[in-house]
Design a binder for this molecule. Sequence first.
Ligand code: ADP
Length: 571
Amino acid sequence: MSAETLPVATPAQVRAYARRLVLRHPWDLAGVLALHALAAVTGLVTPRLLGALVEDVRDGHADIDTTGLAIAGFVVVQGVLMRYAYLASAKLGERVLAELREEFVDRVLALPLSTVERAGTGDLVTRASRDVDTLSTSVRYAMPETLVAIVVGGFTVGALLLNGPLVALPALVAVPMLVAVMRWYLPRAHLGYLRENAAWSEIADGLTETVQGARTVEALGLAERRHERGDADIATSYKAERYTLRLRMVLFPVAELGFVLPVASTLLVGGLLYINDMATLAQVTAATLYAQQLIEPVDTVLSWLDELQLGGASLARLLGVGNVPPDRTPNGARPAGERLTARDVRYSYRPGHDVLHGVDLDLRPGERLAMVGPSGAGKSTLGRLLAGVDGPRSGEVTIGGVPLVELPLDDLRGHVSLVTQEHHVFRGTLRENLVMARAGASDDEIGQVLAAVDWDGPGLDTVVGSAGETLSPAQAQQLALARLILADPHTLVLDEATSLLDPRAARRLERSLAAVLDGRTVVAIAHRLHTAHDADRVAVVEDGRITELGTHDALIAQNGSYAALWTSWQR
Ligand code: ADP
């Protein structure tokens, strides 16, 4: 099943953002453009000098040395100006790029967790890697060079007109041709590149899935099917690439023709004008050289347009991440107390298929509640709702009277936290992995917390995670619990948080956890019934409902589902 992809920003959003991007540092930009304009102007003197020289040669009084020296002087000045112009634009480009990256990270971190889970990580990873790369080429090279080429081209056209409007006309023959081919090309290329990028995301998604699920793939003999999916993805990508290649095969020859035509026609028409005394030899020479000089900026603009399109498509995908509607609407309300309550909560992963059918639960602050029940009954789903990871479809989950989805995420995590079987060990030292839960925690505090989770792993300065020592799944689980204790929320939801430890170690850990978490409200989703036995109350979840709720002893006496579970577990 292919995951749904994250949204893509609209063309209007991309345009507005690109405008803001260009104008973000207006003074730096003005400086950069002024430097380039100056360099361009010094480059425009040479054709005029050469034109005059040709005439002087014809009239037999040429001073080649002086003209040569003057041209050399202008070339040197132009070179120096260019150096500073490029330095300034490179600096500006890097700065804008760095800001863009930071914004993207902010946007990603603000994504609702459920959206990330649904969209799959492949899409996000492609956006964070390939799209950011593409965009950085645009911001570093394409945008500044295009802007500069436009400035240089504009000045060259100005110089061409100043030199003589009549001899300037033949250079314009290429304009309709170039405009027409670009109008044909750009909209097609835009769609083409969007398709290319989407195809890349699919490939990345498929590969990540195959690698992450390698064991499952092998165990179930799915290799053939994974191959087929890979082949299909590559075929789609190949088709998308072929399409844009075809577009370029039309664009390039037409553009090439558009470059030579002005030079040839200026020379030809200019010659006619000269013969008929409508232009001087100097004018025709200079105009031809200007037509030649125009090729470079026009070529630059046309070739970067392609890259800018790619950059635009990538930008649309990066900005699109911000188009995900927020899953919470903070309104400034403050919880009065720490009482966590669920009222008539319903939830569905797919429209029309509720997996929770009106759950009511009133947690007493400080109590330990164990949730048990058959697999698929809705325990994890209820756990996520109680921790505010997802909002209910109807009904509400409140803390101190305020719905969880109305609390900003940072506030929420100070009240309720969730620990599941999945947790990440970040690369860095063990200490860094812990203090992220509470900045400024001392080694003493960390030591106590590690003792509470029966830590038997490496020391605080050991580098762990992908770059260092690999923690066992059980240790990773202990680490996650230690972080949770440090973060110190009032209410904790533990979803099989000790499932990866062996039963004896799990029970020991749960007891020492209980000591540390004394006074905290704990909801523990358990598949080992001793957790339930040790808890203050037990909730039995069956088919999306809480069917039994009470102390272990009361439920045993009631002789219902829990009593049956307990008896079979005891055996
Ligand atoms: P439990 O934790 O009791 O095993 P869950 O809360 O995981 O139960 O699942 C409850 C129901 O919701 C099950 O029918 C399950 O198939 C369904 N479900 C759980 N997660 C998802 C999901 N991400 N997408 C669609 N259905 C889901």
